[in-house]
Design a protein around this ligand. Structure first.
Ligand code: HIF
Length: 286
């Protein structure tokens, strides 16, 4: 047990659990990043609902959303940290784990502040269907990410996180990693999106993804239809090109946009205290 508010101690324990030789590519990092993003990506700026507060995935209504399939692995990885530092809320732990994992995998420092509360009960959970559908195109990406308040450039900057991890046939139905070293944060995603030849491939499940030309090789890489949309959209493309050639710029922009993602739905005063949540019952003040 650490002292309440000692996020440094929590960071250390998150960093220690990342190495998981039996799991996927040997790291819990990528699935923790996906947990962090899905815990925030339900935000709707118009109704000011969803977002990084609440940790609603503890409940079936949100945790059982097919869009969140597989994220139970991430939550199980983090449970010993929660047990040891019982004072931390799940909503802080999940967002912090994403930030720590990115840094440990070679990515940028991302500013992070605590103070989120967890929902008590299911009444304030966001509806299902707010997370993106990977089978769609650029209109859908804009629809989903504009709803959260992100611009075209921010959508492209965020997307570099697909240099981490992989798709799993038994989770999303898509299959394979985006890059050759999926536990290293880099701008490889943009480089490969532009430089490899991608062609449509129908998986046995009937789902269509894109695979690089050498599709029979053991190390075939993949892109989702939403990833290809960044290359094929006139307004997105210049940012893909920018981040492919300028890794420093990508790291700097990614850091800002991931911080923005992890703050969605919360309002802070000058001291960093969150002012729009009901600390007693969890969840937002409506
Ligand atoms: Fe992902 N994403 N994401 N994603 N994602 C998957 C996996 C990861 C989308 C779809 C998928 C973002 C945006 C989008 C990560 C991080 C981020 C999978 C595979 C799908 C289908 C899940 C599975 O089968 O296990 C779509 C449509 C997005 C809109 C563009 C973010 C920007 C890239 C916001 C983001 O940070 C990570 C990390 C993974 C890998 C998880 C793993 O278990 O390895």
């Amino acid at each position: 047990m650490s002292q309440k508010g000692d996020f440094g101690a929590v960071r250390k324990d998150i960093a220690k659990l990342l190495h998981q030789p039996e799991y996927d590519d040997g790291s819990a990092g990528p699935v923790l990043v996906r947990l962090a993003w899905h815990s925030c990506g339900t935000y709707d700026s118009e109704t000011d609902t969803g977002g990084s507060n609440g940790a609603g995935m503890r409940y079936e209504q949100e945790g059982g959303d097919p869009a969140n399939a597989g994220l139970q692995h991430a939550r199980v990885f983090l449970e010993p940290v929660k047990e040891k530092h019982a004072w931390i809320t799940y909503s802080d732990l999940w967002t912090l784990a994403g930030v720590v994992a990115i840094k440990e995998m070679g990515g940028p420092d991302i500013p992070w502040q605590g103070g989120r509360t967890d929902y008590v009960g299911e009444t304030k959970l966001p509806p299902r269907g707010r997370l993106p559908d990977a089978a769609q195109g650029s209109d859908h990406l804009r629809f989903i990410f504009n709803r959260m308040g992100f611009s075209d450039q921010e959508i492209v900057a965020l997307s570099g996180a697909h240099s981490l991890g992989r798709c799993h046939a038994d989770r999303s139905g898509f299959d394979g990693p985006w890059v050759n070293n999926p536990t290293r944060f880099s701008n490889q995603y943009y480089i490969l999106l532009l430089s490899l030849q991608w062609r449509k491939k129908k998986l046995p499940s009937g789902i269509e993804q894109f695979t690089n030309y050498d599709e029979d090789s053991e190390t075939a890489l993949m892109m989702l239809p939403t990833d290809m949309a960044l290359r094929n959209d006139r307004a997105f493309l210049p940012f893909v090109e920018l981040y492919a050639r300028n890794k420093e710029r990508f790291f700097a922009d990614f850091s800002k946009v991931f911080e923005k993602l992890s703050e969605l739905g919360i309002v802070r005063d000058a001291d960093g205290n969150i002012t729009n949540v009901d600390v007693e019952f969890g969840g937002y003040i409506s």
